[in-house]
Design a protein around this ligand. Structure first.
Ligand SMILES: NC(=O)c1ccc[n+]([C@@H]2O[C@H](COP(=O)([O-])OP(=O)(O)OC[C@H]3O[C@@H](n4cnc5c(N)ncnc54)[C@H](OP(=O)(O)O)[C@@H]3O)[C@@H](O)[C@H]2O)c1
Length: 411
């Protein structure tokens, strides 16, 4: 096979989100056009079925076979493409062999992991090799953590233009969102809860807001963290913990560190869900806190985890219906404060359900951005969406993928 025959390969195209992504790439870029791409996975039969479902327009879509448990098949995959987009998860269980293959071959890579402990392990084990080979690795290219990471970048750009300096504190609040979890996401969440319950060192690591920042990146200030129902003066509303904050805040801090601490060494960032005003808002905030705590506790213990897997949560490969994806949306609000007392408000919205319909589009554009928009000399290493793809990805998302980044007010 000729070296780097493809711009992009979607590994795990048969996964729930991989199918959405494959459909998106087919509709947006076509097959055999300006973007040369292929689908890959371990089951030729499932890949053929997917291709057939896409109809005539995907007749020439190439299929490649590779299995995460056969490293030589991943090396072969890397030889054929400049960029790999992977949806083979939980990444903590299946992801490492592909990272290894990409960093040894210098192949650019992006994925949808939200598993902080796995990202940290990959950075520790492979960053030197990625720097040496030139492989650019970008985790968290879905709903976690692109809207948060690029949302903060956008707010800081607006702050810089308006006030001439960045905000020292930014809060993201989920104002509204409609969508469901898929089997793969729930499996990843439960896996983290299980591992954390058995490992005190991991619990400590997960509690560290700078756990995936380069060594030495520290702040003397305690990071805010909404762990229970609490009232937020900035939004005049009650808030509850937001499950994705555990990964999004880490990615935003890594972006800050990789962009030469552009937001400032003492930069504060947190995320939460808005639950409304008054008694109803308060009651909802407490109910969400209790439900989230109950789910994580049940995931950590074997008998209740078994019961959840068996009777409650979707199985791997399952997820929201096409109607639910179509009718989903999200509305994230950001407020930033500067040291001088100025403040600024922005909004990030997306069409489709956050975890799948919108995530598939964001991941596809992150892969296309890696393949076409980067300075070829951009160094290898473990990046974040904002620090490597920044404005180019923001432009792609707004022109193609249904996201909007808006300035609401500043004063
Ligand atoms: N960040 C976000 O916003 C976000 C959103 C959605 C999903 N995710 C993450 O993305 C991942 C995928 O989610 P999903 O719900 O789409 O998963 P899924 O439907 O359960 O699919 C898992 C995929 O992994 C493949 N796979 C498993 N073992 C493999 C192996 N040894 N070699 C090759 N492929 C293998 C499966 O192949 P077969 O089809 O052959 O079984 C399937 O394609 C999960 O980790 C999830 O947490 C993140």
């Amino acid at each position: 096979m000729e070296k780097q025959q493809f711009d992009l390969v979607v590994f795990g195209a048969t996964s729930f989100v991989g199918q959405i992504l494959t459909r998106y790439l087919t509709e947006t870029y076509g097959v055999g056009g300006t973007v040369s791409w292929a689908i890959a996975g371990r089951s030729g039969h499932k890949l053929e079925t997917l291709k057939n479902e896409l109809g005539e327009r995907a007749r020439e879509l190439p299929i490649l076979l590779a299995d995460a448990s056969r490293p030589e098949s991943l090396d072969e995959l890397c030889l054929q493409t400049r960029v790999i987009i992977s949806t083979v998860g939980p990444y903590a269980l299946y992801g490492e062999p592909l990272i290894k293959a990409c960093v040894s071959s210098g192949t650019d890579y992006c994925d949808l992991t939200g598993e902080v402990q796995w990202i940290r392990a990959m950075i520790e084990r492979y960053e030197d090799q990625a720097k040496a080979s030139g492989a650019r690795i970008v985790h968290c290219c879905g709903f976690d953590s692109i809207p948060s990471d690029l949302g903060v970048l956008f707010l800081q750009q607006q702050a810089q233009q308006t006030f001439g300096h960045y905000c020292t504190q930014v809060k993201m609040r989920v104002k509204a969102a409609k969508g469901e979890f898929s089997g793969g996401t729930v499996a990843s969440l439960m896996n983290v809860a299980k591992e954390a319950a058995a490992d005190p060192a991991l619990r400590k690591e997960l509690a560290n807001p700078f756990s995936i920042c380069p060594p030495g990146h520290r702040s003397s200030q305690r990071q805010p963290n909404v762990k229970s129902a609490s009232y937020d003066k900035d939004f005049d509303a009650w808030t509850a913990p937001f499950v994705m904050a555990a990964i999004n805040t880490r990615i935003v801090h890594r972006s800050n560190a990789l962009m030469a601490t552009g937001y400032g060494k003492e930069f504060l960032y947190d995320e939460a869900m808005l639950t409304g005003r008054g008694l109803k808002g308060r009651a909802t905030a407490y109910a969400i806190t209790a439900a989230l705590g109950g789910f994580l506790a049940a995931s950590a213990i074997k008998p209740t985890r078994w019961a959840l897997e068996r009777f409650v949560v979707p199985k791997p490969g399952e997820g929201p219906s096409p109607e639910a994806q179509q009718n989903g949306f999200y509305d994230l609000r950001f407020v930033g404060h500067t040291e001088a007392g100025e403040s600024i408000r922005t909004r990030v919205t997306g069409d489709r359900d956050p975890g799948y319909g919108s995530t598939g589009k964001m991941l596809g554009e992150a892969g296309a951005c890696l393949a076409f928009d980067l300075d070829p000399d951009a160094p290898g290493g473990f990046w974040t969406p904002a620090s490597l793809l920044g404005q180019s990805l923001l432009d792609r998302l707004t022109t193609r993928a249904g996201l909007r980044f808006e300035l609401l007010e500043n004063n």
